[in-house]
Design a binder for this molecule. Sequence first.
Ligand code: TTP
Ligand code: CA
Length: 363
Amino acid sequence: MEPDIVQGTSPRIILHLDMDSFYASVEMQDRPELRGKPVVIGADPKQGKGRGVVATCSYEARAFGIRSAMPISQAFVLCPHAVFLPPDFPRYVKASADVMAILKAHGFPLQQVSIDEAFLDVSRLGTFPAATDLAVRIKDTILTHLGLTCSIGLAPTKVVAKIASDVHKPGGLTVVEPENLFSFLAPMPVRKIPGIGKKSEAVLFEMGIRTIRDLAAYDIQVLITRFGRSAIALQDIAAGIERSEVEEREGVKSVSRETTFTDDTDDEHLIAAMMDALAEDVCRNLSDESLHCRTVTVKVRYQGFVTKTKARTLPHYTGDTATVRTCAHSLLRDIFDGRKIRLLGIRLSSFDTCDARQMTLGV
Ligand code: TTP
Ligand code: CA
């Protein structure tokens, strides 16, 4: 049986915009000679011997099987003649600000959720056809002014708008009106729900849950025993009845770990090992909550209680332990001055407000 689609008093219309192959498209816009070519942004491939990963690549490169987060050496094997470029973050941050300014100009509540993604609450327009006209105008403006393409989803909820924007990439515009909401969601694999990663997907598969329809129809009590209270939010998403708001300010929650050494120490190996353990532990917490963060903060308290902290905001959300660990070590190098340390800490914040668990927490 299909669940009822619960409507509030006034139907909500949420727009989700996601730029297409963002870093690669910005490079291709700046250098027209790259257009139509496989372009890979990331680490130096060093003729196949390079370490590091692909940040992103053009759709032409995707045709060769290259993907974000793939080892750069593998990308080189798949397409040795691709144009490999190092990331130019300041340029992408500027392009991102230009995109957000275009969105903001329309005067609707705006929530930027990553460098190339945002939600707008356009309910005020009243109808989906009016919202569709706006989406077309936004796509045109971004193309004309910035030379970049994007994909847009329109739906009654944030999660469905986000799923919809991904359906016809690149250059897509996908509209899910309330009456089509469940037929749109039902056949999709559960992995399409933001926040469901490989691990949760495996647990759901084991329970015989493959599609969003399966998840919506599953016994909630059994789901709660496996996933805790977040199961309720998860099933609401599957039923298309999640109603989280487009929030104009960033979430304030964070997860952190800190430890006080038994004896104050300046032993770099011991300090590095402790940083590894803290990073691992805090990432486990992140993954248990199905969260992704963008900001990593490291805290060092020296003998005499002088405390130093340093934070870095990553260009995209991550739940990856290795990424957090690398960032934490780099921050630690910046603030460690050789004196004896009493306490070491790490904090992860700026969570992806699209994550399923985040919405349960109501942040
Ligand atoms: P995404 O929106 O995930 O990807 P994309 O814009 O490159 O491609 P798509 O058309 O599929 O949306 O990420 C936005 C940018 O964030 C991307 O251009 C580069 C960066 N990024 C990384 O640096 N590493 C990663 O693993 C991912 C997924 C993204
Ligand atoms: Ca994107």
